[in-house]
Design a protein around this ligand. Structure first.
Ligand SMILES: Cc1ncc(COP(=O)(O)O)c(C=O)c1O
Length: 585
């Protein structure tokens, strides 16, 4: 019965499996190196082109040379009709036939049982799965969407397949211990900060940290000591932080009679810029300060001689990786690794128990295990093809006079840049990154990872294929011929007076500001009051005001100036900036 039922659903789903549609992403998110709006924490580091711009571009592309348009549309159509077999990169037969990874194997065995199931979830191993979704993904994901059955182990007290899977991951990534996460790196960052910082203790961190670091301070009660990241105005892109900046911050705290509870580094950044985690770790360890690395964008580091070394291999104490970003696990699945003896592992367990769902998805967990196995199969060579393709794209794009490729000389204080993150500068075409992105998408079906005012960023990975690379190169080569500048953004917002947040003081901790009552006041009345919202103009994508900070005249003048230049300010409840949310005294 069950198998007949599954067959029907499988046939249905296979009928649709063969094709995919390119769909436009949401226009809501705003982020720079993870400085994001709360709902949409990825991808768009500046404003999305407004609907107005989107429509404008749609109109522009309509008038494009019809011949060229047809050619590019057929390219896109070809891509839409690739079969599943074309797009799935097979694992080795060893993984397929003999030894499945521990958690994948346990999930398979459990799903194959002829169980009379009276447990959650209510789709009952796919029997009651909603057909609108099974038509898309089949019933098998539902069949394997099992709860915490005894044979599947317990994420919070693992002693079976989850423990085995986590141990294998720790071995591969070079950790003392690894935890699987079902709440993304966001959850790992929360746990890492809570495990190292108690209320009132200080966390040294870059001002352009991901919003999860800010919320980690709300959760932990830690107080920030910010470091201004390097900034390249040609690119409108922020970089990492340097060992000497960290040293200065540690010394300043020491002079106030304090010691940092932890140092937080984002490496690589969204654009792939890596900080010198080795020297930062050495420095911090000489003061017995643990180093947390937000390595959300770097789970692949170290798996090829051309890839920068991973944070753990450079001595970081805690590394948080979004396995779902560059590696191949399902979205939301991530890992937290610990090394050394500065961080109490039991405290990490307690934090995770407080932060993670009591019903973790076994599909997410198994996808972490499967991804680990995929890399373990061939850790030295698995990225060969992706790196070859990325190098080829860089070489070819470097030959196009009007385009630039982001490389280390633009961030000369930093030791490495991820070769799989390619950022192309388009400003010499008179285009913004958003405009170029629209053209590449509409004409070539090329979907980028991130757009900025002056650049677009493409993420290469194990699935990157020749055909897509050819389309990307064609699109980029033809950009100079096809663009129509639509909306200019002022080139730079560098007023030469230093960072606009320099000199800002904090009157409430992020935690106290979060819980404080709020009210809206006019810009004029906000001066001297405690900010109640995170206000982040892009560029430069570094928060100008963080909840708890005192609103200065200089900060407000800067904000109004950038706003008048058409630059979008994210995070403010009133995007027009007529009013500001402040904390009630
Ligand atoms: C630098 C950085 N850190 C952390 C995160 C959060 O990762 P996740 O989406 O896995 O929660 C992101 C997400 O984009 C990020 O860019």
């Amino acid at each position: 019965m069950v198998s007949a039922f599954l067959d029907v659903h499988l046939c249905l789903s296979l009928g649709n499996k063969g094709s995919f549609r390119l769909c436009r992403r949401s226009e809501a998110g705003i982020s720079q190196d993870g400085i994001t709006d709360q709902q949409s924490p990825r991808r768009l580091i500046g404003w999305r082109p407004s609907q107005h711009l989107g429509r404008h571009l749609a109109k522009e592309t309509h008038t494009l040379d019809q011949g060229k348009k047809k050619a590019s549309m057929s390219l896109i159509e070809n891509c839409r009709s690739v079969t599943k077999d074309d797009i799935v990169i097979p694992d080795s037969s060893a993984v397929q036939q003999h030894k499945l990874p521990p958690l994948v194997s346990a999930l398979k065995a459990s799903a194959e049982e002829n169980a009379a199931s009276f447990h959650f979830p209510g789709h009952n191993r796919g029997r009651a799965a909603p057909s609108s979704l099974t038509q898309l993904i089949g019933v098998r994901p539902f069949l394997h969407d099992l709860p915490e059955l005894p044979e599947l182990d317990n994420l919070f007290a693992p002693e079976g397949p989850i423990l085995d899977a986590q141990k294998e991951a720790a071995k591969l990534f070079g950790a003392f211990e690894t935890w699987f996460l079902v709440g993304g790196s966001t959850c790992g960052i929360h746990a890492a900060v809570m495990a190292t910082c108690s209320p009132g203790e200080t966390l040294i961190l870059p001002r352009n940290c991901h919003i999860s670091a800010t919320s980690a301070m709300v959760l932990s009660g830690a107080l920030p000591k910010y470091i201004s990241p390097a900034y390249n105005f040609d690119w409108d892109i922020a970089g990492g932080i340097t060992p000497s900046q960290v040293e200065k911050a540690i010394k300043e705290l020491e002079m106030e009679g304090q010691k940092a509870a932890a140092v937080f580094v984002t490496s690589p950044t969204y654009h792939g810029i890596c900080s010198d985690v080795g020297s930062i770790s050495q420095l911090c360890h000489s003061h017995e300060i643990p180093v947390i690395v937000d390595e959300a964008h770097g789970a692949h580091l170290g798996f090829h001689p051309q890839l920068p070394r991973s944070a753990l291999h450079q001595g970081a104490d805690l590394a948080v990786q979004s396995t779902h970003k560059v590696l191949c696990s399902l979205t939301q699945s991530s890992m937290l690794h610990v090394s050394g003896n500065l961080v109490d592992r039991e405290r990490i367990c307690r934090c995770l128990q407080n932060l993670q769902s009591t019903s973790p998805s076994y599909l997410l967990l198994a996808s972490l295990d499967a991804t680990r196995a995929q890399i373990s199969e061939n850790p030295k060579n698995i990225f060969n093809k992706a790196i070859e393709l990325a190098v080829e794209v860089k070489t070819r794009i470097n030959k196009i006079r009007e385009l630039s490729v982001l490389d280390l000389p633009s961030f000369s204080d930093f030791p490495a840049i991820d070769p799989l993150r390619i950022t192309i500068g388009v400003w010499q075409l008179g285009l913004s990154g958003f405009e170029a992105d629209e053209i590449l998408y509409r004409k070539y079906g090329v979907v980028s990872e991130l757009t900025g005012t002056r650049s677009i960023t493409f993420a290469f990975n194990l699935g990157t294929c020749r055909e897509h690379v050819d389309r990307l190169i064609s699109g980029l080569e033809h950009l100079p011929e096809t663009f129509l500048p639509i909306q200019r953004i002022e080139d730079r917002v560098d007023d030469g007076c230093g960072a606009p947040f320099d000199g800002i003081t904090m009157s409430l901790s992020p935690r106290d500001a979060f819980f404080a009552s709020k009210r809206k006041v006019s810009v004029k009345d906000s001066l001297g009051k405690t900010c109640g919202e995170l206000i982040c103009p892009y560029p430069p994508g570094i928060p100008l005001l963080i909840p708890g900070e005192v609103i200065t005249e200089r900060a407000m003048a800067y904000l109004l100036q950038v706003r008048s230049k058409g630059i979008v300010v994210s995070g403010a409840a009133d995007p027009s900036l007529s009013t500001i949310v402040v904390c009630k005294p």
